[in-house]
Design a protein around this ligand. Sequence first.
Ligand SMILES: O=C(O)CCC(=O)C(=O)O
Ligand SMILES: [Fe+2]
Length: 338
Amino acid sequence: MAPTKYADRTIPKISLHDFETRIDEVTKELIHAAETDGFFSLINHGISLSEIETMFDTSASFFSLPDSVKSTVPFSHLNAGWEKNAQIRPSTGQPDQKESYQMQFGSNMNGMWLPESTLPGFKSTSLEFMRKAQEVSEKLMICFARGLGFEDDYFIKAHDISRPESQTVLRLLHYFEVDKSIPVPEGYYRAGAHVDWDFITLLFQRAGQSGLEICPGREASTSFGLGDVWTKVEPRPREIVCNIGDLLMSWSDDRFKSTFHRVKTPSDPEVDYFGPRYSMAFFNQPCTDAEIQGPRKKYPMVTGKEFTQAAMNRNFAALKAKKAELEGVKAEASVAVS
Ligand SMILES: O=C(O)CCC(=O)C(=O)O
Ligand SMILES: [Fe+2]
């Protein structure tokens, strides 16, 4: 396989200090980042390093439970719960080498929390952290609304976490330690290349636990076009890495870019990190009944529920095509040797 091509790109660093008085400046910076690479990092965002570290410790305590306990809250089609080695990406056709647990604020979470006695304090610590992440997201939502000519609270209302229709998610991720002595099979990634289908994602990473890579170049939220020049995004513990998702790309009539990204499986002992990797992704999802259409009406109006369903269907169709392609390659190889 040809080696991956890398390019250095500068990911804009945007500060949210004195947000109310600097809102015009922040809006300009955010819109520029959204129109170019679709990735940026936030500093002075109001979540302290110790709050982030507490949530990482809480996440580690969840993942250290036996699988038999975690499997009592299995991943559901409502996008909540625990999965292990079960998320297959259309780009690879292989399961991500990870486990994850998704939490929401609304009714999709019914029956998806572990009992308080199993992990005391887990639910309240998680919800508190999710509310903090929501506060940061709402600042970004005001700026994006201004950039697109909507009322300031337009996106905030569509992502109201106090309603049972809320679909916003905090995903805790744990990528397993990798054995340096065993070569990585082709096509395996900690997380295969993908775009997110939310409004915007806030990603929290831990110092030294590298692996995230991005690949800009997508023109339409409905396409699977994937470039081949990647850029590594090194984790900086106080920063939140943000990426535009397909929902905001579509809602901006494809003006803002939802960018492919992945987490590489370590393969080079000289440069890669082989230890366990923990990250947390806060996905801003629209309420099921939110009405979604860009100011220029490039795409027909859909509800939050329909948008999510269409994104899942598109993913599923692409995955089927990838599997057929992989089967075809296998069949050709067996013809060649027989
Ligand atoms: O773990 C990471 O750094 C990225 C996770 C991610 O992209 C996702 O879960 O959608
Ligand atoms: Fe992602």
